[in-house]
Write a protein that binds this ligand. Sequence first.
Ligand SMILES: [Zn+2]
Length: 482
Amino acid sequence: MSWSRMIWNLLTRARGLAMGVARVLPILGVAFLVACGGETKRLPNVVLVIGDTLRADALSFQGGMPGATPYVEKIAAQGVQFTQARSHAPWTLPSTASLLSSLHPLEHGAGGQVPRFKKMDESVTTITRTFKDAGYKTHAIVNVTFLDPRALGVTRDFDTVDNRSFESNLETRIARDTTAAALQWMEENASDGPFFLLVHYFDPHCVYAPPKVFRERWAAEPDKATDWTFGTREQMIAIRQGALVPDAETIARAYALYRGEVAYFDAEVGRLEAGLMAHSAEGDTIFALTSDHGEEFMDHAGFEHGHSLFDELVRVPLILRAPGRLTPGVIDAPVRHIDVAPTLAELCNLPVPAQFVGRSLVGLANGESEDVPRGTLAHGNFWGAPLDSWTKGGWKLIRKGDGSLMLFDLREDPKELVDLSSTKEERVKSMLAEMETVTKGMEALNRGTSASLDAATKSRLEALGYGPGEGRRPESAEDGEK
Ligand SMILES: [Zn+2]
């Protein structure tokens, strides 16, 4: 090799090294330390817990049975508890996509209807990407096919995803094993620098089958010492198709078992949080907890989830604990899932992606008043023509699949039992105009691509009762797929 060639090679290598260092240094700088009012702080670890199918009012401190959820209650008391938080869809896929992308279902595109599901659009960014770009290690522990990164895209930005999708709801990874996976991951990774960890607990989703100790405490009297369960695939399909109409006593027994599942979830959250604190200094850890949607127990003559936008399905728990960053308290102002991702970014002093449409909750949580209430748009229907709702200022407007409207006064009628659409025409008009302004342009985006699921994924979804022919009977000719 000639001298000139050797010198050229050396120069090229040096330039490459310099560029590599230039690329790495800012990441390292941002990854571990951040200047904060003149003092330098370590970036906080962030743990986001999603309790699948967890109704807000199943928590003991939000109207549930006293004593059912002491661990979540303790975390809530140390943080900010939002009593009026809502998701943007009544089922896992679009709801979790909104939580992580700060976009509405029509904007991120993930959703669709059984069995034609849609992937999150390729152009969509998520809070996971924000953490990753700042040098965080990102890991998700999830327990349902809808959150599989390969199938539908919602968790695709995580460095690693530990997904267990099973052939039946009876075989799912139970909360104890989900916690164990999270604790083990922290054991192996927490010392490497800041991390963003998503922990999705499939409990308390049906089948409602809490472990013995929780069954003995929370099940209805006849079921305490038996192995009776409710919410099997066959029962769900029969209920959806009208072949099985559970009576009030069966519903009460099913709810008692569900309550046992919620208590089990709570105990496991307690174990996860204790393990997390063993790996993190208190001021270095942000703990967030929510659910993807709730569950209906005949509140509106329906069962399970995915099929309506009433509050038993879209009002969700939301707790944010960030010592030194958020003032503990209770916030009754309405907030949305799309607000969570920008909040986490602000709490960590990270840039909020321009694509996010939610607004950070940090100011609100720390006592700033807001002149205009946050309006919440929800969209979707697992089984048929999409539903839309617009919730704002204590009112909720629901547009059904056939275009008909319902209006509820959430302050006077929180259970949404009295439809005021025929007596409050002006209110209906103004709410509809607002909803249409918000949705204008979203439909035109037409985001989300039909997912081509592999045979194994399809069979797992069918085994869970989410296959063709397992949905609801159409209520009318218009209530079919559009
Ligand atoms: Zn779910």
